[in-house]
Design a protein around this ligand. Structure first.
Ligand SMILES: Cc1cc2nc3c(=O)[nH]c(=O)nc-3n(C[C@H](O)[C@H](O)[C@H](O)COP(=O)(O)OP(=O)(O)OC[C@H]3O[C@@H](n4cnc5c(N)ncnc54)[C@H](O)[C@@H]3O)c2cc1C
Ligand code: FES
Length: 529
């Protein structure tokens, strides 16, 4: 029986919970209650989770944090479930979403017709368009509800009603947790929600030691820091933690946040103040075959490896030299997986911390700058990669291409702020490349809308320590805005502000600091009016 799980790790112990049996297209598979469906299927050898909607190309998972839709399958009769954020349960029935086009495309290929030809034919004359589309929609798609009427709504649906609270924190990463700790210590009534089955955000997958000299994090491993913050929160009776709870909408007129809870239940929360700390998601790269199973986000691989203890493959390469790519290379080595090389187009230097780069170089992994990938080899899964050297104008250098033998490729080329929820508060958004993309204008208290604050990666892509510090500050400013501020709060704000300045004090942070200044205003009301 295939099993890609890691049972021995130098740093981590994987508590997988109770063993259960899940079924893929009727075939039983070993799984555990603390695994996501995607992690369990991957451990059982599945690489193709879905097909692209039009060309029916094979897709593996990509982000593993519920952000990209590559892992969507039918689960217990419900189509388009993101299996990377759905926990396993005994007897769960999982199906690949197949369509007639899956069988038709190979035939069209044999006839040398492009796979999507049936999408473009029959659009003229116009009267045949409608009936033709009806037929085409049966050929392909993205899951379908059953034709028969669904049964009554689940007993829990909607009846959790509307909760009222002082402070609603959306996103339980370092930013959200630290905000809840600081505001919670000062007596505010708080609800903190996270769409995963546990709090911690990206910290839970970070096995490396934080070397920042900020006293909150220095010398601790990321996942230990996460556990410590979770323990602090559990000691605050006024902080209610809701996991497996996704904020899916904010309605300014009614001033409520709508959430989806397990069992399709919904819940509304009306808060005096909101904090959006929803983190970030990974960018991708354009190259031939970049969508086949085996091409993954570096953070996605980190989740699979360090949260669920499942090996992504036997030999991998990394693309990018930012901190996430460098750390994931190190995490793979820690788990005994071969890393062939780290490749990046950068001409000047490694983009992440030198200390991370040095660690992987000490293990004999080459960091090859001025190079990039041009193609992933393989049809249904990765069998290798073609790498090219770059000319000074970033065009591929002729005759420099070479093939690397690998069975997975990790893309670690940066993160995008997860700003979807932020936008629903009608803020003033700007596109700032240095901060990762679209971010809201805010004031120095992190307020970007009359009743909403922002902290962490969703406001500017930095790192866990800065996310924690921003979160702590936002929590304290909310405490003041709720009328609970005192001298102690003012001193603590000064302490955090100083720590944040120190953390951004290195010469490498000059551009970042300038970008933050650019989007921080004295009076947010003026910007919003
Ligand atoms: C995939 C990934 C891997 C990373 N790896 C490293 C690394 O190895 N080393 C390093 O130094 N830095 C790494 N970082 C960066 C660092 O971890 C972050 O800077 C830090 O965790 C940011 O903290 P945060 O609280 O802002 O967001 P996060 O830690 O991302 O936490 C946000 C939380 O919000 C939840 N959430 C999002 N949307 C919703 C919603 N609508 N409803 C409910 N919950 C929601 C998410 O599930 C998540 O738990 C990584 C970042 C990412 C995205
Ligand atoms: S949404 Fe599941 S892999 Fe991205």
């Amino acid at each position: 029986m295939v099993d890609w799980r890691i049972y021995e790790h130098p740093i981590l112990e994987f508590d997988r919970g109770k063993e259960v049996t899940i079924y893929l297209d009727g075939k039983p598979m070993k799984a555990f209650e603390s695994e996501t469906v995607a992690a369990a299927l991957y451990a059982n050898g599945l690489r193709e989770f879905s097909k692209s909607i039009k060309y029916r190309r094979p897709r593996g998972f990509f982000c593993a944090i519920g952000r990209c839709s590559a892992c969507m399958m039918e689960v217990d009769g419900v189509p388009n479930v993101r299996t990377c954020v759905t926990m396993c349960k005994e007897g769960m029935q999982i199906k690949r979403q197949k369509y007639p086009a899956d069988y038709l495309n190979p035939v069209l290929n044999l006839m040398k017709l492009p796979p999507a030809v049936y999408m473009r034919l029959m659009t003229k004359p116009s009267f045949i368009y409608k009936p033709a589309m009806t037929v085409m929609r049966e050929l392909t798609g993205l899951g379908a509800f059953k034709k028969e009427l669904p049964g009554p709504a689940p007993a829990t649906m909607g009846n959790e009603g509307t909760l009222e609270t002082d402070f609603l924190v959306v996103g339980g990463g370092p930013a959200g947790m630290q905000a809840s700790i600081e505001a919670g210590k000062r007596g505010a009534d708080i609800i903190i929600i996270d769409d995963k089955d546990r709090l911690g955000g990206q910290l839970l997958k970070q096995t490396h030691t934080f070397f920042s000299d900020v006293k909150y994090a220095a010398g601790k491993r990321g996942f230990k820091l996460g556990e410590q913050m979770i323990a602090q929160l559990s000691e605050l009776p006024n902080v209610k933690v809701l996991t497996e709870t996704s904020a899916v909408g904010y309605y300014p007129k009614e001033d409520v946040m709508l959430m989806k809870r397990p069992g399709n239940a919904t819940l509304k929360v009306r808060a005096k103040k909101y904090l959006v700390s929803t983190g970030a998601y990974e960018k991708t790269l354009v190259f031939e075959n970049n969508d086949i199973p085996g091409v993954y986000g570096a953070g996605g691989v980190q989740t699979l490896l360090n949260v669920f203890g499942v090996k992504p493959g036997n030999r991998g390469i990394l693309l990018g030299t930012g901190n996430v790519a460098l750390m994931v290379a190190y995490h793979l080595i820690q788990a005994g997986i071969e890393v062939v090389g780290v490749y990046a187009p950068s001409f000047r230097r490694v983009r992440g911390y030198f200390v991370h780069a040095a660690k992987i170089q000490r293990h004999g992994v080459p960091i090859v700058t001025r190079h990039t990938i041009v193609k992933a080899l393989g049809k249904n899964e990765v069998k290798g990669a073609v790498i090219t050297r770059l000319n000074p104008d970033y065009s591929p250098a002729e005759g420099s291409q070479f093939t690397v033998d690998c069975d997975f490729i990790c893309i670690g080329v940066g993160l995008n702020p997860a700003y979807d929820l932020v936008q629903l508060f009608n803020p003033k958004m700007v596109n700032n490349g240095t901060l990762g993309g679209m971010v809201p204008i805010r004031d120095k208290t992190f307020r970007f809308a009359p009743n909403a604050y922002i902290a962490g990666d969703c406001g500017s892509i930095e790192e866990a320590t800065t996310a924690m510090l921003e979160g702590g500050l936002a929590g304290l400013y909310v405490t003041e805005a709720l009328g609970r501020g005192d001298e102690g709060v003012t001193t603590k704000i000064e302490e955090y502000t100083h720590a944040l300045e120190e953390d951004r004090g290195s010469p490498f942070s000059t551009r970042l600091k300038a970008a933050i200044e650019e989007i921080t205003v004295e009076n947010i009301e003026e910007v919003l009016s």
